[in-house]
Structure formats: structure tokens, C-alpha cells
Design a protein around this ligand. Structure first.
Ligand code: G6P
Length: 592
């Protein structure tokens, strides 16, 4: 979704902001622009294209007060006019905005009809600049604050005024982070735009604003009162947001998984009792998430119900929040989110909190909105995930759900056994990644028109995730189904050209999955079997076999996820897709 970055200091901020925008590309965008102060005028440079194009337009410019934005269109098509920054009618104020101003139509009508304001764009964001102009009487901060009292919705905003050496930003529902250095301040939707300049960051809280001036900054609430702010050290370095020799971030992130799995359990696995979730023997656990995180949550249901015997309900946040869910104060509600910013998940958790439930988060990005809202839970510590298609966060979420399960489980022998198995997992992942030959299989199926993924039980969500990965980055039609459901519809799609990816683990449904493979084979489908042991029957049924290391049932979705990620990656690569930034998708969906 939209990305924000800004610079206020003594250097030329334009190359700094452009580099920052490049770093935000991973969020997904369709246009970009910057605004900067130049001798009491504001200059704006925008493009419908990529940051590279923007760079070529600004090569000779210089300014030490600069704001920059990547836009992911919501209101108004992706074109030059709708790209940010937006100016007020008198061109005195420029703003960038992430989020949605829900009451923009009424406000716009009022300014147009009563005060003759003229609007240029179709965006909801332009109203912000116009309102500041409307309220301005010589005091920029005062006008900005008055604007805040009018707008409804979610926002991260940064604004500059042509007559003030000030930059003002505010946050409600969309993240903003300040990077603090001597003599300079950076702003970002996340710290990636300024990580090589400073690791000291202030994550703005809900309804906080920052007023930045030469050599000083103040953090205030929306009423103008100074509030406390804490400088935190960003827990990763520039290397985490560079490709480091890999062709794509997605491939790098797939290959990082031996390490990220370990980072997730390190420090917790020997002290499960210290997990920071206050629980009071919940009657039910409700896991809420979107996208890939939702599929990880589905794994959690199989896991917790079978081994800890607590009922688990898994909810897609966008459905949950609008259907008056039946909640009890004895429920434990857990939000799963890589970014910690997904709007639907955030709102679902706020709703649960309002209804008196105990809420917790399983989140990757520290200091994110969901992490702050929950205030308890498990961090993944997977480092920044840049590829839009989530990979390492998925496997870490399953590790975190296992940690949660061990925390809830009452059987000490089970806990010990699982901890021992979990510790062996990173080496198994590493071994698999070092020897995999999935590219060769992908070459055979790169032109297939439809892909079917089948799994059962705890590996059914992996089939769903396999289909999602393939759709996201290769744009090929793909579906995931429980293998047992195939007879009720998907089997009609199978013919001798259909690749069917079957996840077959030596567990309680092994024989059932083998029967389903026979059903596919009888329709001449081409089986690509992901399994943890090979025998003659599997050889006869399969066109290709991908053998993964053996692990326990609880961790099998982790090891099985890796080949499906690589399969999607190679199919997309062989089709020359934009793997890290697939069309129409955004990394963090901060709007509904
Ligand atoms: C977007 C991303 C997906 C992600 C989903 C949920 O759709 O493209 O990769 O799974 O949002 O995001 P979250 O950050 O809440 O896990």
C-alpha cells in the first residue's frame, strides 16, 4: 500500500527521499512523487511510473525539506493527477497521505459550495491540503491540528508549508516512524527508507503528531499537548533489506527460512512459560488474520485442537468484523499478521477488545499497529519481509503457533519431545534448500493453464497456501482443496495436462491421500508429490517426487511449505513475472 518517506535536515534530501521511496517499492505502488521546499515555494514532481523515472526528473534539484510518496490507488485511478503529493488550491501546502479519509466527499462538497475551493484530483487525500489552507491564519501547526478535527478515517500524513521551515506529521490507523539523527529527522511508513542513516526510531502512537523544526522535534497529541516518546533501536540492519546476491527478495526470503525459524523460537523454546500472553484457561481461541497469515492460522486450529484440546475458530478478519460475531469474555483472541498493519485484522482485534475479550498478537513487525493494540503476544523476529508474496513469515507463524501450543499444553513429556524436534528443524530446512531441484520440475509445467494443490488435515492449509503463492506471483489459475473434497467438484478439471501438487506426509491421513492420488492418476493428472518418504506405490502414482526431510506432524506444514514456495517462484520466474511486486497486490493492506 502507499509508502511515505520524508527528510528534514541540512543535506540535500532529494536523493535521500528517492532512495527511501525505492526501499518502499516492496509495498506495491502504481505512481510516485515528491514535494520539496525551494525558497518559499513548493515544487512537486510526480510520475505514474516507477521510482527510476522519478529519479530522472529530479536530477538537478536540491532541498533540505522533502516529502515523498508511493501511491497504491484506492480513490481515483492510478494517474499523474491522483499521484501524491497533493497541493492546496493556493499552492502553499503539500501533503502526502496513507489511509482513507472516509468523509472526504462531504468535506469536499462543503469547501467547494461554500468557499469556492477548486479540487484537481479524484483522491480522498487532497482534502487534507485544502482543509489546512482553509484553516490557515499564519500558524501552520494550528491549521494542521484544526484539519485533524475534521477528517474521519485512517491516516498517516506528512505536510509542509511554503512559508514555514516546519514539517508536520500525524498518525491514526496508519503507521509512521521517525528516524532521529543529530541535525536531521527522517519519516517513514516503516524504518526501511532511513535505516542506513540512523537506527534510532520513534514509532508514533495512535493519535500522535510530530512537529519537526531545525534541530528539534516535538511529539504531541492531537490537542497539542506534549506527549512522551521513546527512542527505540531498530533491530535489523541494511543487509536485511538488500537482495544480497539473490535475484529476487522472495528467493532470498525462502532461503532465509532455516535462520528465521530459529530466530522465532530462539530464547523462547527453553522458557515456554515466559511467553508474554496472560491466559486464564480460555474456553475458546479465535485466530483472526488475512491472506497467508489466515492459512497459517488454519494450521493452528489443527494443531491446538488435536494436541491441547482447546476449541479453535479461525476467522478471516474482513468477514469477522462485519458480522456481529458471538464473542465471550473467556475467549482468547489472537491476531496473526506479518506487517502488523492489515486494516481488517486491526479493526477485528479492536472490536474484540471493545467486547471485553483478551487479545494477543502473533506479529512480525515490532512496533506495528497490531502489536501496539494487542500489547502481548509473540514476535516472529523474521526480519523485514520485502517480497509481496509472504514466505518466511508463514513458516515463522507456524513456529509461533507451535510455541503457543506448547505454552497451552499441559503434558510435560509432549512439550519436551516437541522442543527437541523443533530444535532440529532449521538444519532440516537448510539441508532441503541446499539440494532441491524444483526448477527442473517447474520447467515442465511453466505453460500449464491450471494447477491443483491437494492436502489433508494439518497440511490442507499448505495446499491453500501453495495455490495462493502461485496465483499471486505467476498469475496462473490455481486452487487448493482438501484432497478428500476433490470428488465433489475439482476432479472435473483434471485431465492429462493438469499438474496436481499433492502433499503426502506419513501421518494419520497418509492412506487417504494415497487413495486420492489414485483418483487423480485414473484421470491422467500429472502428480507432483511432496512426501517425506518414497516407496514403489508413490513412484508409480507420481510424475515427479519432491522428498522433504521427516519431521513431526506438528512441524510438517513448515517443511512442506518450502517446496510449494519454490515451485511458485520458479513458475513465475520462467514466465518473466515481476516476482517481488506482482501486479495489483500490496504488501501491507492498510485499507479495507
Ligand atoms: C497482503 C499481502 C499478503 C499477506 C496479507 C496479510 O495481501 O500481499 O502476503 O498475507 O496481506 O498481511 P499481514 O501483514 O496481515 O500478514
Amino acid at each position: 500500500m502507499c509508502g511515505i518517506t520524508a527528510y528534514f535536515g541540512e543535506k540535500n534530501g532529494i536523493p535521500i527521499v528517492l532512495e527511501g521511496l525505492k526501499r518502499l517499492e516492496y509495498r506495491g505502488y502504481d505512481s510516485a512523487g515528491i514535494a520539496f521546499l525551494n525558497n518559499n515555494t513548493i515544487e512537486i514532481i510526480k510520475t505514474k511510473g516507477k521510482i527510476q523515472e522519478l529519479k530522472s526528473l529530479v536530477s538537478d534539484k536540491n532541498s533540505n525539506i522533502v516529502i515523498g510518496h508511493t501511491r497504491w490507488a484506492t480513490h481515483g485511478e492510478p494517474n499523474y493527477i491522483n499521484a501524491h503529493p497533493h497541493l492546496s488550491m493556493d499552492k502553499s501546502i503539500a501533503i502526502i497521505h496513507n489511509g482513507i479519509i472516509e468523509n472526504h466527499s462531504e468535506l469536499k462538497r462543503e469547501l467547494k459550495e461554500k468557499y469556492n475551493f477548486k479540487f484537481e484530483s479524484d483522491t480522498d487525500s487532497e482534502i487534507i491540503a485544502q482543509l489546512i489552507q482553509y484553516f490557515y491564519q499564519g500558524d501552520f501547526e494550528d491549521a494542521f491540528r484544526k484539519m485533524l478535527t475534521k477528517i474521519e478515517g485512517a491516516f498517516g500524513i506528512v505536510a509542509i508549508h511554503k512559508d514555514h521551515k516546519q514539517m508536520i506529521c500525524a498518525r491514526k490507523g496508519s503507521p509512521l516512524v521517525l528516524g532521529v539523527n543529530s541535525n536531521e529527522i527522517f519519516i517513514g511508513s516503516d524504518p526501511s527508507p532511513f535505516i542506513e542513516h540512523t537506527k534510532d526510531a520513534i514509532y508514533l502512537n495512535e493519535k500522535q503528531m510530530a512537529i519537526i523544526e531545525k534541530n528539534s522535534y516535538k511529539i504531541k497529541d492531537f490537542n497539542g499537548f506534549n506527549t512522551q516518546s521513546e527512542i527505540e533501536t531498530i533491530p535489523f540492519g541494511i543487509e536485511s533489506i538488500q537482495k544480497q546476491g539473490f535475484e529476487h527478495f522472495m528467493l532470498k526470503e525462502i532461503y532465509e527460512q532455516a535462520e528465521t525459524i530459529q530466530n522465532c523460537f530462539r530464547g523462547k523454546v527453553n522458557h515456554i512459560e515466559n511467553i508474554s500472553i496472560k491466559i486464564n484457561n480460555p474456553n475458546r481461541i479465535i485466530l483472526i488474520a488475512c491472506g497467508t497469515s489466515y492459512y497459517a492460522a488454519l494450521v493452528g486450529k489443527y494443531l491446538i485442537e488435536k494436541t491441547s484440546h482447546i476449541p479453535v475458530i479461525v476467522e478471516q478478519a474482513s468477514e469477522f468484523r462485519y458480522r456481529q460475531p458471538m464473542l465471550f469474555t473467556s475467549d482468547l483472541i489472537i491476531a496473526l499478521s506479518q506487517s502488523g498493519e492489515t486494516a481488517d485484522t486491526l479493526e477485528a482485534i479492536k472490536l474484540s477488545k471493545k467486547l471485553g475479550c483478551n487479545i494477543a498478537g502473533i506479529v512480525n513487525v515490532t512496533g506495528s499497529s497490531i502489536a501496539k493494540e494487542c500489547n502481548q503476544g509473540i514476535y516472529l523476529h523474521a526480519g523485514p519481509e520485502i517480497g509481496v508474496a509472504s514466505t518466511k513469515a508463514f513458516t515463522s507463524q507456524i513456529v509461533a503457533l507451535n510455541l503457543l501450543n506448547l505454552f497451552l499444553n499441559k503434558n510435560p513429556y509432549y512439550k519436551l519431545e516437541m522442543i527437541e524436534e523443533l530444535k532440529k528443524l532449521p538444519d532440516k530446512v537448510k539441508e532441503f534448500l541446499e539440494h532441491q531441484e524444483i526448477l527442473k520440475i517447474a520447467e515442465e509445467f511453466k505453460d500449464s493453464k491450471y494447477f491443483l494443490f491437494l492436502g489433508r488435515d494439518i497440511n490442507y492449509p499448505v495446499a491453500l497456501e501453495g495455490a495462493l503463492k502461485l496465483k499471486e506471483i505467476s498469475y496462473n489459475p490455481a486452487e487448493g482443496h482438501p484432497a478428500g473434497e476433490m470428488k465433489h467438484g475439482p476432479i472435473a478439471l483434471i485431465d492429462s495436462t493438469t499438474p496436481v501438487i499433492v502433499i503426502l506426509t506419513k501421518d494419520n491421513v497418509y492412506e487417504k491421500v494415497i487413495s486420492n492420488m489414485h483418483e487423480v492418476k485414473a484421470r491422467k493428472g500429472k502428480i507432483i508429490c511432496i512426501c517425506d518418504e518414497i516407496n514403489n506405490e508413490i513412484k508409480e502414482l507420481s510424475t515427479h517426487i519432491i522428498q522433504v526431510p521427516k519431521t513431526s506432524w506438528e512441524f510438517s506444514p513448515i517443511i512442506n511449505a518450502i517446496p510449494i514456495q519454490l515451485f511458485a517462484y520458479y513458475i513465475a520466474k520462467l514466465n518473466n513475472r515481476e516476482i517481488d511486486q506482482p501486479r495489483n497486490l500490496a504488501k501491507a493492506v492498510t485499507v479495507e
